[in-house]
Design a protein around this ligand. Sequence first.
Ligand SMILES: Cc1ncc(COP(=O)(O)O)c(C=O)c1O
Length: 386
Amino acid sequence: MGERIYLDNASTTFPKPAAVPETMVRYMTVAGTNIGRGDYSSAFDVEDAVFCARERLCGLLGGEDPSQVVFTRNVTESLNLVLKGYLRPGDHVVVSSMEHNAVMRPLSQLAELGVRVDRAECSPTGELDPACVERLIEPCTRLVLTTHASNVCGTVLPIERIAEVCRAHGVRYVVDAAQTAGVLPIDAAGWGIDVVCFTGHKGLLGPQGVGGAVFCNGFASEINALVAGGTGSSSDLERMPAFMPDRLEAGTPNLPGIIGLGAALVWIEERGIDAIREHELALTGRLIGGLAELEDAGKVRVVGKKSLEGRTGVVSIQTPGRELAEVAHELDARHGIQVRVGLHCAPSAHRTLGTFPTGTIRFSVGWANTEDDVDAALAALREILA
Ligand SMILES: Cc1ncc(COP(=O)(O)O)c(C=O)c1O
């Protein structure tokens, strides 16, 4: 592959810290054993590594107890687990209008079975007033689900205040932290959130194929397992064990993935989430500043908030008079700049932001990007749009 500048970290972060692939290779070439299914020392080492990853996730995301951290393949599976394991026909759900299809598609399936869904409308910059959520809560509302930050424009939703509304009404609150785990501080138990769903390969800097959910307030005991099967525990029973995390985890997990994620979590702890965020926000500010000049010249429209407050490093634009796909293609083909174009699996968010059905070109910075990367992207845009 030739020279490239990767600015698609909202899709998946790249590169990963070196310790991530190194630890995965070591597991696969040296330890290599399964978990909970062998009584020999390397099996205990794997058990230990998986438990440490649970502990670190519990600490990072503000869980109550590592046993309440469940591993899945990704946040999509975590959201399916929670929604399909909890909701019944006749239940009512409130979501924000900024949700990803990882939320809206399982809810569409559940709507066919008689679950009702209402959307709390966000502003044209993706902000949500918790009062909008509160107004939609009915006696049969059993769940509120919102993203923590938009994957289209980076706007952060006030999850702490939404949790307060949910607590006041006795409604369970689910947060999709796909864009914020490892990026923003999250205190699930402290803020009264019932479950934080995460994916390992974005801000958590782990490999693809591992995600999970951090349950609080006894919520996990109200969820039916999405997948049932062997757990390496209570093998005399033909039903799922009642204790966590085995209650919601069946089959051999993605051990290289969990172990790689564990190494990424160590790296994040060492570097510090605040230092990573400060670096990414500085780059985001530089990007928004350069885009504002292009906007003044009528070449681009910046979608969503233009300030650095309450946002992540995800920035979307439109290019009036120029096909987005063509601009994105030129960015890559002529300048090696890799961005994402289209609807980013979030049509509802684009309807809210006024960018449906065209979509946007999305830039998203990561820990490994530099000021030079941002300057190169801006220079390339200036040239393409000249
Ligand atoms: C807000 C949001 N939710 C859910 C997802 C789905 O993530 P995954 O594909 O890792 O399940 C994404 C990823 O693009 C996202 O940005």
